[in-house]
Design a protein around this ligand. Structure first.
Ligand SMILES: [Zn+2]
Length: 217
């Protein structure tokens, strides 16, 4: 496999709604804070978006798209045919027909502007770079919040922006047009669907601005 070129796809991910990509419970939980924390950088405590979250979501959306040729497996796991364009770009799971992953999605750091907004909010109002969202489960009989139905979750506030950075590695015999087309389709589907969790409850709506595709020299 001879590498032909690298292509960079960059953009700014704008959270149009609160975004929740979970961290671990061993992370920092402050008194009175949420148990369901977002993922944060261990040193700066700033939220970031995991590249693997974007990659996984793009892949599952593309596999569900009829034109991709991917096989939807009964166990819900990613396609492992090794022949379809999704396997070619995202790598194939399983032992047979191994494909080399052509897409690399970096973790997305918060933009300096958004960091400054969140820092100001932290200083002025003590918020920990995230909003705490409370949700109730409604008791069907009484129409009121169920006993112990209240749960709290952290979300990255709407309006926050992150730097998106994707690299496509192309090999000598690769069909460059179709590979770029499917990655672009994935980016498009991501904006129509949602990122992170609880999309059906309005979380995770994103828009990607300043999208740029260029060859890396
Ligand atoms: Zn496949």
């Amino acid at each position: 496999m001879i590498i032909k070129k690298f292509i960079a796809i960059t953009g700014i991910i704008h959270c149009e709604a609160g975004l929740r990509i979970g961290g671990t419970k061993e992370g920092i939980v402050e008194p009175g804070g949420s148990e369901n924390t977002i993922i944060r950088h261990p040193i700066t405590l700033l939220p970031y978006i995991l590249g693997s979250s974007i990659k996984g979501k793009m892949r599952s959306l593309l596999e569900s798209d009829a034109s991709s040729g991917a096989q939807i497996l009964d166990d819900g796991k990613p396609c492992k045919c090794g022949r379809c364009l999704v396997c070619k770009v995202f790598g194939s799971h399983g032992m047979s027909n191994k494909e080399i992953t052509r897409i690399l999605v970096r973790d997305c750091s918060i933009t300096p502007e958004s960091e400054s907004v969140l820092r100001t909010a932290q200083e002025e109002r003590g918020i920990n770079f995230a909003e705490i969202k409370s949700e109730n489960i409604i008791n069907r009989k009484t129409g009121t919040a169920a006993d112990k139905g209240l749960r709290t979750q952290e979300r990255v506030p709407a309006g926050t922006e992150f730097n998106m950075n994707i690299t496509i590695k192309l090999f000598k015999d690769d069909d460059e047009d179709n590979i770029l087309k499917i990655v672009n389709k994935g980016i498009d589907l991501l904006q129509k669907d949602y990122l992170g969790s609880s999309g059906s409850r309005g979380y995770g709506k994103i828009k990607i601005n300043n999208l740029e595709i260029r060859e890396i020299n």
